[in-house]
Design a protein around this ligand. Structure first.
Ligand SMILES: Nc1ncnc2c1ncn2[C@@H]1O[C@H](COP(=O)(O)OP(=O)(O)OP(=O)(O)O)[C@@H](O)[C@H]1O
Ligand SMILES: [Mg+2]
Length: 258
């Protein structure tokens, strides 16, 4: 478990607008990689290309390659649904299935994959909800709608839903932006645990969080307003935070802009 991601010369478009330009990077298996950079530089856009969620947006397309181990996700004949099963995602805005119960939200992917055994589903529900630090709050109302949870609870529900299927890679887009400090730390602990088996990419605006949870950090930036976002620099997190090569990286992490 835990796959390596190799991105080669990737350009990402919304129709004619090139949102991200020329990204080449490697994400090591069983590690945590943080994406940081100012708002609008294309972190979410780029993240979504790693499990073919970008193309569900009208006009969304990519040029270049994304290899998962050695398989090109964009090669002819690759089933995007299968890709998304292997590469799970937690979105920037929580998006539980609103009319589905809390429990069914967690097991939606498992049931889609054909799991029917009640006992197994019950066990997986509890494990995923515990992992997302939500179990105690919802264990007595698993049959109530997911939409009835607070924003932070919904985000943790989405995290539970994503980890329930045990993907090999987990993409998390600002998973803690709506969470209180206790849940944030719980999610960071979870990320730490998950990286023993999974490859994790996390987008965050929280520099302390990037420093705490990630092994590698990738800094994205815009050359100028209206220009595409680019990967400025990627390195060990300690290097990015203590000794970055590019001045723009240092300015960003020390809070001088962005
Ligand atoms: N659905 C879309 N259609 C057209 N342009 C889009 C779409 N989504 C994002 N963009 C544009 O792509 C660029 C990158 O946006 P993106 O959401 O990836 O940035 P981000 O780095 O995730 O920002 P934030 O930190 O605010 O979440 C922006 O210029 C944005 O306006
Ligand atoms: Mg974003």
């Amino acid at each position: 478990m835990g796959k390596r991601i190799d991105v080669q010369d990737l350009n990402v478009y919304y129709g004619d607008f090139k949102a991200v330009e020329d990204v080449t990077m490697t994400v090591e298996p069983r590690s945590v990689t943080a994406f940081i950079g100012p708002s609008g530089c294309g972190k979410s856009t780029f993240l979504r290309t790693l499990n073919r969620m970008h193309e569900v947006i009208p006009g969304g397309r990519v040029e270049g390659k994304v290899l998962l181990d050695d398989q090109d996700l964009y090669a002819n004949g690759v089933d995007p649904v299968g890709v998304r099963r292997t590469v799970g995602m937690v979105f920037q805005r929580p998006n539980p299935f609103p009319t589905m119960s809390i429990g069914d939200n967690v097991t939606a992917g498992l049931r889609l994959n054909g799991m029917k055994n009640k006992k197994e589903l019950t066990e997986r529900t509890e494990r995923a909800l515990r992992g997302a630090n939500l179990w105690e709050e919802v264990k007595d109302r698993l049959d109530k709608p997911g939409a009835g949870l607070s924003g932070g609870q919904q985000q943790r529900l989405c995290i539970a839903r994503a980890i329930a299927v045990q993907p090999q890679v987990l993409l998390m887009d600002e998973p803690c932006s709506a969470l209180d400090p206790i849940s944030t730390l719980a999610i960071e602990d979870l990320v730490h645990e998950l990286k023993e088996d999974y490859t994790i990419v996390i987008v965050t605006h929280n520099m302390q969080q990037a420093a705490r949870v990630s092994d590698k950090t990738a800094f994205f930036n815009l050359a100028a307003t209206g220009k595409p976002g680019r990967l400025v620099e990627m390195d060990d997190t300690t290097t990015i935070f203590n000794n970055p090569k590019v001045k723009a990286t240092e300015d960003y992490i020390s809070g001088r802009f962005g």
